[in-house]
Ligand binder design. Structure first.
Ligand SMILES: NC(=O)c1ccc[n+]([C@@H]2O[C@H](COP(=O)([O-])OP(=O)(O)OC[C@H]3O[C@@H](n4cnc5c(N)ncnc54)[C@H](O)[C@@H]3O)[C@@H](O)[C@H]2O)c1
Length: 276
């Protein structure tokens, strides 16, 4: 098969949750720039309108719908609307997620990582825990279910979940609900991949390391944070949404047809260990 056929997504119908910003927007751009018709689902109405307008003005086939992934019935309706609009559903990116607030240490990197009492286990409120689990774990479950309702009968499809390196490596600067949600999401991906393999539906995960997006109020945009992280990451730099587009295209395209149930880390070597 020729390279252009291996990575051909032209004409595909695609849904991306959390598609108005950061990594989700990167996935959407990667697919739309290669000829797919993409629906962005996002809870942030203003950003969704702005990004949908921007992408359409570039001549890309993109539509947006305001949906909170905690509203599972609305999510199902939005998938039906995307199917009606695009005429098919080939790829789902279950991506929407939030930061979980302070962890039990203050800084992301460096030898000085003082403890942060505010992020301690004893002060972790039920409200904070439930919000993170509701969006980062339950929202992914509802998104995969919405995709399966359409993909199983058609016996084809690609589902790609955004987990995190936090699914298998604890990051003390992020609250513990995030670790639990991401680890749960990674194993949910395994279970769904096993169930749907016989229906020609692949289910995989992208586990990003440290990327500059709007998560957590956009803290990763600070130069001081990027410099500190650049020292901890073996490739000596943080990631940007453009860095994730190739992997997204690979997992969405015929090139990955026989790959399922896998979590692929993309982190500049961060989880390998400390180099120089
Ligand atoms: N940025 C990183 O370093 C990093 C690392 C590992 C994993 N991730 C994961 O990547 C995913 C995308 O995050 P990002 O970094 O691009 O953040 P981001 O804040 O830039 O984008 C997330 C998008 O999701 C939307 N969203 C949030 N809650 C929602 C909800 N309840 N319903 C619908 N949409 C909602 C937001 O409005 C936003 O547009 C998340 O699952 C996050 O956990 C990010």
């Amino acid at each position: 098969m020729k390279i252009e056929e291996l990575f051909r997504v032209s004409g595909y119908g695609v849904v991306v949750t959390g598609g108005a910003s950061g990594l989700g927007l990167g996935y959407a751009e990667a697919l739309a720039e290669n000829g797919a018709a993409v629906t962005l689902l996002d809870a942030d109405a203003a950003r969704l309108a702005e990004e949908t307008r921007r992408l359409c003005s570039l001549g890309l086939s993109v539509r947006g719908e305001v949906v909170d992934v905690r509203d599972h019935a609305a999510l199902d309706r939005a998938f039906d609307a995307a199917l009606a609009a695009h005429g098919r559903l080939d790829v789902v990116f279950a991506n929407a997620g939030i930061d979980s607030g302070p962890g039990f240490v203050e800084s992301w990197a460096g030898s000085e990582r003082p403890r942060n009492a505010e992020g301690s286990l004893e002060r972790y409120t039920d409200e904070r825990w439930n919000r993170v689990i509701d969006i980062n774990l339950n929202g992914i479950f509802a998104t995969l279910r919405a995709g399966a309702r359409i993909m199983r009968p058609q016996r084809s499809g690609r589902m790609i979940v955004t987990t995190s390196v936090a699914a298998y490596q604890c990051e003390p600067a992020i609250g513990s609900a995030y670790m639990a949600a991401k680890a749960g999401t990674a194993h949910l991906m395994h279970a769904v991949a096993l169930e749907l393999a016989a229906f020609n539906i692949t289910v995989n995960a992208i586990a990003p390391g440290f990327f500059v997006t709007n998560i957590g109020g956009g803290h990763a945009k600070q130069a001081s944070v990027q410099t500190a992280m650049g020292k901890a990451i073996p490739m000596h730099r943080v990631g940007f949404p453009d860095d994730i587009k190739g992997l997204a295209l690979f997992l969405a395209s015929p090139a990955s047809a026989y790959l399922t149930g896998q979590q692929i880390s993309i982190d500049g070597g961060w989880t390998l260990g400390v180099a120089d």
